[in-house]
Design a protein around this ligand. Structure first.
Ligand SMILES: [Zn+2]
Length: 315
């Protein structure tokens, strides 16, 4: 095959997976392929596999050891075999685990994998713990049918969508606006009060200085009093900075309602897609006995808006 092994692998035999990797790796025809995964902040820094079309491929990066024609012929043969297998086994070549990287085992914390078992008349697809698949005794999670989980997730998303729709009405309502204005006014009042106090201190500086010049205050007392007021002033200025930050935060939050639209674009969708999952859900943790924990994105913001509802009859 014309390939060499390094000393480390000198006595290791080629296995099936190894040959498969070599046959499918375009590094051997001189390509350098990058950007197969992406890491996003919004997704807790998890790596997400990108579709092949989005990979960055640099051709002629190094001297090839397999010519492209032979490589492509091998790919064609492999694809034909794959298609034939999937046709014979009555399943779709494209079916993938749309929860990959998002779903975790509630018992051991490891990834949950989609496992396919081809039966006589159908394909049995189940979510199973990757840890348990390797070491039977290390986890208690019992595998569960894919369609059951996907249906539960879709139903939960629909409920969350209903909530998003209600919230979108609330953020447009006069009452919500009024509550925001009240909150802003409360902070602005505090800011005004502090500004007044600072002005007052500045006046006191003048008075003290005059008293000092007219010998009503001796130098020692003057410096002592001045330092006292200086500390008071610095403290008030710190408070002022914090209050202004709070005010900015309130304005920002009030103006950012896009996160609700992220939900609403999926209104009326009856099929769960990978796009939906990535856009709306941070993490899913699965347990036995039909227990599922779904962490939706923007949960804090939802709760915040819901808190404006206290005592209101909006739903
Ligand atoms: Zn597990």
């Amino acid at each position: 095959m014309g390939l060499f092994k390094t000393d480390k692998y000198a006595n290791v035999k080629w296995n099936k997976e190894c040959i498969h990797r070599i046959l499918n790796n375009d590094f051997y025809i001189g390509n350098l392929t990058q950007g197969k995964t992406i890491q996003t902040i919004g997704n807790n820094h998890k790596k997400i596999a990108l579709p092949k079309e989005e990979w960055v491929v640099i051709h002629n990066n190094h001297i090839p050891i397999i010519d492209e024609y032979t490589f492509n012929q091998v790919q064609d043969i492999n694809n034909q075999l794959k298609q034939k297998y999937f046709k014979e086994h009555n399943t779709n070549i494209n079916d993938e685990n749309i929860l990959k990287g998002i779903i975790k085992c509630g018992y051991c914390g490891k990834n949950i994998r989609l496992v396919k078992n081809t039966k006589k008349n159908y394909v049995d697809k189940r979510f199973a713990c990757s840890n348990k698949l390797k070491y039977k005794d290390r986890c208690n999670f019992k595998s569960v049918k894919e369609e059951i989980i996907l249906n539960v997730i879709l139903e939960t998303i629909k409920l969350q969508l209903k909530l998003a729709k209600n919230l979108s009405e609330i953020v447009k309502s006069k009452k919500y606006l009024h509550k925001f204005e009240l909150e802003k006014k409360c902070i602005k009042d505090k800011i005004n009060k502090i500004n007044f106090e600072i002005d007052n201190i500045n006046n006191i500086y003048h008075i003290m200085y005059n008293d000092y010049l007219e010998n009503v205050l001796n130098k020692e007392d003057y410096i002592y009093n001045k330092n006292n007021y200086k500390q008071k002033e610095l403290k008030l200025k710190d408070e002022l900075i914090k209050l202004n930050e709070d005010l900015n935060k309130i304005e920002e939050r009030f103006n950012d309602k896009n996160f609700i639209n992220d939900f609403l674009i999926f209104e009326d969708k009856e099929i769960l897609t990978k796009e939906m999952i990535l856009k709306l859900i941070d993490e899913i943790v699965i347990y036995n006995d039909k227990k599922l924990k779904i962490a939706f994105k923007f949960c804090d913001r939802f709760n915040e808006i819901k808190s404006y509802l206290n005592g209101w009859e909006v739903f």
